[in-house]
Design a protein around this ligand. Structure first.
Ligand code: AMP
Length: 398
């Protein structure tokens, strides 16, 4: 059972429901270029509308500096949202004040309003109680469906939940359920794959994982830092030599916690960082002096896949190689396919997310096959770091 209230517990008919959603979508030439985030909240909006709720959408867009700035207006997004929800979405050019309140009071069950960017007010990012009171005037109930913003203690993600009865929307609920299966109370053995460019951006994450999982696969550029810390000459490879001690600390913590560390044993190396650069496979201790590691090698992929075979739960963040340039996407694609097959066969719960992981898994064509792929970015990473997310915590307390 969920440890937070969901729409199952809410009586929304005729109520003004302030729904925090993630509409921070990429735009090109004034149009939404990728509507994935809007599509993700559709189940919540449709359910609320069908139940006769009066819906008021709250969201941020971009990084305006606490004041109106038309390049960050949510107005152009209303039309796309209407198309996706299959219902009109009326735009209101402020999220607090007389017009906002009057608009919220005037709508009927099933109607949808989109309030202007909450970050047009300083109080949003300051989680200012006065701003929260002003926002709360337009609602009877608060529903948070924006997991991706839940790592921030802002008014529309946290403060509002102290003033109104607060519930998780369906997307938030699905995300939290998936994350609970990943690291909360996972079926063991749990294997984590962490790749990507640098150790420096993922120190907390690695430190948390070694205490939580049975095996940690380290791939991508960050593996070079671990290899170098162990005395391997990684030649021209991306490597944070100054983090050798950090890498050693993480390895020692893993050993203490009984977490197996899986590092590359072979690598695909090239002389140039570009698509189809001439390349070869070498053992990691034989990287030529003028070459760099751009992917893990086939023996390493075999070892990773064997760990995936042993796992009942897989948590994945970051590619195993420079997946954007062929053929250095090979290991990421192969391991992703293997995890997808095992998930489809019912043997594995596979949870992935954060940064480039979504595009890497999309590139491998496995997004649908995984148990859950989170598009949440920063919030997903903070969850992997074992941090309490303010926007989630407040729903649990509500
Ligand atoms: P991150 O955002 O930390 O998950 O890093 C993702 C980036 O790491 C991608 O752009 C990859 O191209 C890059 N990457 C992965 N492996 C390597 C490598 N061996 N050398 C250089 N870059 C890499």
């Amino acid at each position: 059972m969920a440890a937070f209230r969901t729409l199952d517990d809410a009586d929304v008919k005729g109520k003004r429901v302030l729904v925090r959603v993630d509409l921070n979508v990429p735009m090109q030439d004034g149009k939404v270029s990728d509507a994935t985030r809007i599509e993700r909240v559709r189940p919540t909006i449709t359910e609320l509308a069908d139940k006769g709720a009066r819906i008021i959408l709250l969201a941020h867009f971009g990084r305006p500096k606490g004041a109106p700035d038309q390049q960050y207006s949510l107005k152009p997004i209303a039309e796309t949202a209407a198309g996706i929800f299959g219902r009109p979405v009326a735009f209101v050019d402020d999220c607090i004040g007389d017009t906002a309140e009057a608009s919220a009071n005037a709508i009927e069950g099933g109607d949808i309003l989109l309030f202007e960017n909450t970050r047009f007010h300083k109080g949003e990012e300051q989680n200012d109680p006065e701003f929260a009171k002003a926002l709360a005037k337009s609602g009877d109930i608060f529903v948070n469906d924006a997991f991706s913003a839940a790592h921030r203690a802002h008014t529309s993600t946290e403060g509002l939940a102290h003033l109104l009865p607060a519930y998780a929307g369906r997307t938030m609920q699905a995300e939290l359920d998936a994350l609970e299966k990943g690291l909360g109370s996972p079926e063991k053995p749990v294997v984590a794959i962490v790749g990507g460019a640098k150790v420096s951006t993922k120190i907390d994450l690695l430190q948390n994982l070694v205490t939580r999982v049975d095996a940690l696969v380290i791939g991508g550029g960050m593996a070079n830092t671990f290899l170098a810390a162990q005395g391997v000459d990684v030649a021209k490879s991306l490597c944070e030599h100054d983090l050798a001690d950090t890498a050693k600390t993480i390895l020692a913590a893993a050993e203490k916690a009984g977490c197996a560390i899986v590092l590359p044993t072979d690598a695909v190396v090239a002389r140039e960082f570009k698509a189809n650069a001439a390349n070869e496979v070498v053992p990691v201790d034989s990287v030529p002096a003028d070459a760099m590691i751009l992917d893990v090698g086939p023996d390493t992929v075999k070892a990773v896949n064997q760990w995936i075979d042993k796992a009942k739960t897989l948590v994945w963040n970051g590619p195993l190689g420079a997946f954007e340039i062929a053929p250095f996407d090979k290991a990421t694609v192969a391991a992703a396919h293997h995890a997808a097959e095992r998930t489809k066969a019912g043997g594995l719960v596979s949870i992935a997310g954060g940064g480039d992981t979504v595009s890497a898994l999309n590139h491998a064509g496995v997004e649908e096959a995984f148990t859950y792929v989170s598009t949440a970015g920063g919030a997903f990473l903070e969850w992997m770091e074992g941090k309490d997310l303010p926007g989630v915590l407040v729903l649990k307390q509500a």
